[in-house]
Write a protein that binds this ligand. Structure first.
Ligand code: CAO
Length: 443
């Protein structure tokens, strides 16, 4: 039968009224006897408090910042009868052999730490499973072994232990591992810890909006929450610049309209976006650094010899970016059909992880909706993204007179660590040249 037990701070020697600096378990976690529950820290040292029982955490009574002393309630744990007996026996034996403080000291060196893990399935929905941008760390590991002094050292540098590979016996993290981790992160031009804490900004103040009028709370769905994380990381870790230009697509549009009949016969709709995809690939061939990613060290550019293009799709549940593969090898009608099929699957939430993975460059088209320009966020680990806005007839001065031309606004955002402004201006110039002469796309 399950029994609920209280776990209180044991005799911790000189420690009194000390701060909880890490809570290593959450309600519902299964823990084994001697697994660490919390880390406490005084002026002089830090220590982990182990669980005296195996079982499932029913309540966590402290949080980071709580001050505790001997006897303070830390948690309640649901255990079996047998486990309670075993724990009691163990404690009696331990009490006879050693002082509680010593036991803690011995324990804290080996107790596993429970790092927060993100649900992998959720990550996969909005984010292709690719290496994050240069500054992004490797995914957190589940447990980390390190001495209190190494833990403290890592905390001082803002390095999250769960993300550090230990080189000591049994994977134990030693001081050198922390130093190497921070060096690598700095070399990558990013944060020593997680992208979320790159900027030490004051936390947002909680506001009770109902004081000002009627409100409704609408929780963000999974896609939005995950996309928010990736967009935020890209926004804070990539130095963005956006280059604007306009392509004269008068002839392209005439050609597109002329093809509509043939397109309809094949059951596809040929929109300007299909031509833009082809034009982008043609331009990428001349500018390989736009079809690339920085590696984890931030010291090498991985140039991709394939042309898989991500296309931002607006769905009722939020933005997703499925990838159209080998755009260079497909014809306009095939691309139009694939784009329609992918966006339909995106809107009915039928995309698989492989539909979202492996892009080289993304296009975000708001042309069907409106607007004259915008600044898209680079879809890391890609290094550039093209925004396309609504085309408009404009007077263009040519041969001593104004003539009406159909102009397509282009907004190219790029990672300035990899791409110079001059290269970006050359890229959009080439792109608009390709778009202005339809022969570039169909021949
Ligand atoms: N200028 C003027 N009209 C345009 C246009 C442009 N640049 N691009 C498309 N259109 C027109 C199309 O021709 C179509 O016209 P008809 O209805 O008369 O045939 C209409 O707009 C709707 O096009 P569409 O959106 O169905 O097709 P698309 O190929 O242009 O785009 C897709 C497909 C999936 C990209 C789009 O539907 C979409 O979801 N866009 C939003 C992307 C987004 O949210 N981006 C923002 C992300 S933040 O960076």
């Amino acid at each position: 039968m399950a029994v609920e037990q209280e776990i209180r701070v044991p005799d911790i020697g000189d420690f009194e009224d000390v701060e909880v600096i890490e809570v290593l378990v959450a309600v519902g976690d299964s823990v084994k006897r001697e697994d660490s529950l919390v880390t406490i820290e005084s002026e002089k040292a830090s220590m982990e408090i182990p669980s005296p029982f195996s079982g499932v955490i029913a309540e966590v009574a402290v949080s980071v910042g709580t001050r505790v002393s001997e006897g303070t309630l830390l948690a309640r744990i649901s255990t079996s009868d047998a486990e309670t007996d075993a724990a009691q026996t163990a404690r009696t034996r331990e009490g006879a052999a050693t002082e509680a403080g010593d036991a803690l000291t011995a324990q804290r060196a080996t107790a596993p730490r429970r790092a927060d893990t993100q649900p992998p399935r959720a990550d996969a929905i909005a984010a292709p499973p690719r290496a994050p941008a240069a500054a992004a760390p490797s995914p957190p590991t589940r447990t980390s072994h390190a001495s209190p002094s190494v833990r403290r050292f890592a905390r001082e540098l803002g390095a999250e232990l769960g993300r550090i590979q230990g080189s000591g016996p049994k994977g134990r993290i030693v001081r050198q591992d922390v130093q190497d981790f921070v060096k690598r992160a700095l070399a990558a031009g990013g944060a020593p810890a997680t992208p979320e804490n790159v900027l030490q900004v004051a936390p947002a103040r909680a506001i009770d909006f109902s004081e000002f009028g009627e409100i409704e709370v609408a929780p963000l769905n999974n896609i939005r929450r995950i996309a928010a994380r990736f967009l935020h990381r890209a926004w804070v870790t990539i130095p963005h610049v956006t280059q604007f230009d306009e392509a004269d697509i008068t002839e392209l549009e005439a050609y597109r309209n002329a093809q509509q009949h043939a397109a309809e016969k094949r059951g596809v709709k040929l929109t300007a976006l299909t031509f833009v995809m082809k034009a982008v690939v043609s331009t990428l061939k001349d500018f390989p650094e736009f079809c690339a990613s920085l590696d984890e060290s931030g010291e090498n550019l991985i140039l991709k010899r394939y042309f898989h293009i991500g296309v931002a799709v607006d769905t009722p549940n939020g933005l997703v970016v499925p990838v159209v593969r080998d755009v260079d090898r497909k014809g306009l009608f095939d691309l139009a059909a694939e784009l329609a099929q992918l966006s339909e699957r995106a809107r009915s939430r039928k995309l698989t992880q492989s539909d979202l993975a492996g892009g080289c460059f993304s296009i975000s088209s708001l042309g069907g909706i409106g607007g004259t320009a915008f600044t898209p966020i680079v879809n890391a680990p890609e290094v550039a993204i093209l925004g396309v806005s609504r085309h408009a007839l404009k007077p263009v001065y040519r041969d001593d007179r104004f003539v009406p031309r159909l102009m397509l606004p282009l907004s190219l955002s790029y990672d300035h660590r990899v791409i110079d402004g001059a290269a970006a201006a050359r890229f959009t110039t080439k792109l608009k040249d390709v778009l202005s002469d339809v022969r570039n796309l169909v021949l």
